[in-house]
Design a protein around this ligand. Structure first.
Ligand SMILES: *[C@@H]1O[C@H](CO)[C@@H](O)[C@H](O)[C@H]1NC(C)=O
Ligand SMILES: *[C@@H]1O[C@H](CO)[C@@H](O)[C@H](O)[C@H]1NC(C)=O
Ligand SMILES: *[C@@H]1O[C@H](CO)[C@@H](O)[C@H](O)[C@H]1NC(C)=O
Ligand SMILES: *[C@@H]1O[C@H](CO)[C@@H](O)[C@H](O)[C@H]1NC(C)=O
Ligand SMILES: *[C@@H]1O[C@H](CO)[C@@H](O)[C@H](O)[C@H]1NC(C)=O
Ligand SMILES: *[C@@H]1O[C@H](CO)[C@@H](O)[C@H](O)[C@H]1NC(C)=O
Length: 389
């Protein structure tokens, strides 16, 4: 997608700055005409309309039935929402062990962990990436649409990405762009093997529920150079690299040492912390997403994810209840704000400043243990070409 060429940041952005932000096409045929709260619970729904409005009002894509990997059924994923909305399926309480919602100028993003087999994701499925493009250009899933109420009303957006695995999720909806970063770049969709933490940096702390304001991350795969140009990482599956001494090495599938981080983890502020989120619908929680699911399928301890964030838990409130509105206001008023101490993760300068190859640029913070454990790290940097300067 990004040309293998030497391009400065300004030139890079110029070509895509006019990408569309607001979606103007028609809604998928299985979706309601507009995002709607309080629709009947229908656990066999084929609605594919996601909304992301609050830590306890968001939707994710999951398979319609249990048994196939996401990778094999990307075109058929359906919407699962925390609240009964959008005619979609409803996520049972207790599914999530962590949720972190961040509102930034260029995108809204939500990420976390849990037992996502309750959303029909196959146990141990390392997952896949959903976006509005897909092999046919009709979207993965076909007819998938997304909204946020970032402007104060529900708006459909053109560019988004949703990574799902059996124990980790992340969703970014690009709500704005400026002359530096386009929506298409901030929701870059061609890095599907890199995993949540790499593509959507943020707080992935487990057993923690936070809603914060935040800075926008540097677009995924782009690394600014000290001289003002930008290097672009492209996903590769195999290849060689050349180190600073000119020696060649081989990246192989399953490599556990891999470029660790995005360019930076954006700072957050005004964080509110909760003990849990949900809808308070007991029958759903009891039944789970798949009422015949075996015990084995739910054995999905979340072991991935490094605790990169630092949103501190100071006081908390449970954000759940049959009435989303009252739950939200109740929680909001009693939740402790932990803004001052919530700057998540230090900005870690990275990126290759060497023209000799990918790895030579990765030292210190970038040369760490495996990236997001929830996604198979088959992507590797390759040769001098992978990390373009
Ligand atoms: C729904 O998604 C399609 C495919 O991405 C897009 O063309 C269309 O504009 C979207 N419509 C709305 C209302 O979001
Ligand atoms: C649930 O959704 C399915 C698939 O969209 C639809 O066929 C069915 O009529 C819906 N059931 C109810 C009760 O709305
Ligand atoms: C957006 O939706 C959330 C959750 O449904 C609600 O609490 C919030 O008030 C809405 N924001 C605006 C500006 O309407
Ligand atoms: C575009 O937005 C990003 C993220 O908020 C910001 O860092 C950058 O300075 C903005 N560029 C312009 C030209 O406003
Ligand atoms: C529930 O999960 C089991 C596997 O544990 C699967 O065989 C079954 O088809 C699933 N049921 C539904 C309704 O998806
Ligand atoms: C910036 O630095 C990189 C790496 O040293 C180099 O490859 C590139 O040509 C430089 N770009 C410009 C515009 O000077």
């Amino acid at each position: 997608m990004f040309a293998q060429a030497v391009i400065g940041a300004a030139a890079l952005m110029a070509g895509v700055a006019e990408a569309q932000v607001t979606a103007t096409g028609t809604m998928g045929t299985t979706n309601p005409p507009a995002p709607t709260m309080g629709t009947p619970i229908n656990q066999t729904s084929y609605s594919r309309l996601l909304s992301l409005n609050a830590i306890d009002d968001f939707c994710l894509f999951g398979p319609p039935t249990y048994g196939d990997t996401i990778g094999d059924t990307e075109g058929e994923q359906v919407a699962w929402c925390v609240q009964p909305r959008n005619d979609a399926r409803v996520i049972p309480d207790g599914t999530f062990t962590s949720v972190h919602f961040v509102k930034t100028p260029l995108y809204w993003q939500i990420q976390g962990m849990g037992d996502l087999t309750k959303l029909n994701i196959l146990a141990n499925d390392e997952g896949g990436e959903l976006d509005p493009h897909g092999a046919t250009g009709l979207g993965n899933p076909v007819g998938g649409n997304v909204t946020t109420n970032a402007t104060g009303q529900d708006v459909n957006y053109e560019e988004w990405m949703n990574y799902m695995s059996y124990n980790q999720f992340c969703l970014r909806i690009c709500i704005s762009e400026n002359s530096t970063y386009s929506a298409a770049e901030e929701c870059q969709h061609t890095l599907d093997e890199m995993g949540c933490q790499w593509v959507m940096p943020g707080d992935y702390t487990d057993n923690s529920f936070t809603e914060c304001d935040g800075d926008s991350a540097y677009p995924p795969g782009l690394y600014p150079e000290t001289n003002g140009s930008t290097s672009t990482f492209q996903q590769r599956y195999t290849g060689t690299y050349t180190n600073a001494n000119g020696q060649q090495g081989l990246w192989t599938q399953g490599q556990t040492v891999t470029p660790q981080t995005a360019y930076s983890t954006p700072a957050t502020s005004n964080c509110m912390t909760y003990t849990s989120i949900g809808n308070g619908i007991a029958s759903l929680a009891a039944a789970g997403g798949n009422s015949t699911r075996t015990a084995a399928a739910s054995a999905s301890a979340s072991t991935s994810g490094s605790a990169s964030g630092s949103a501190s838990a100071t006081g908390s409130a449970s954000r759940s209840g049959a009435s989303a509105a009252s739950a939200a206001s109740g929680a909001g008023s009693s939740a402790a704000r932990s803004g001052a101490s919530a700057a998540a993760g230090a900005a870690s300068a990275s990126g290759s400043s060497s023209s000799s190859g990918a790895l030579s640029g990765f030292s210190g913070v970038n040369y760490g243990p495996a990236v997001a454990g929830a996604f198979s790290m088959v992507a590797v940097l390759a040769g001098a070409g992978a990390f373009l300067l």
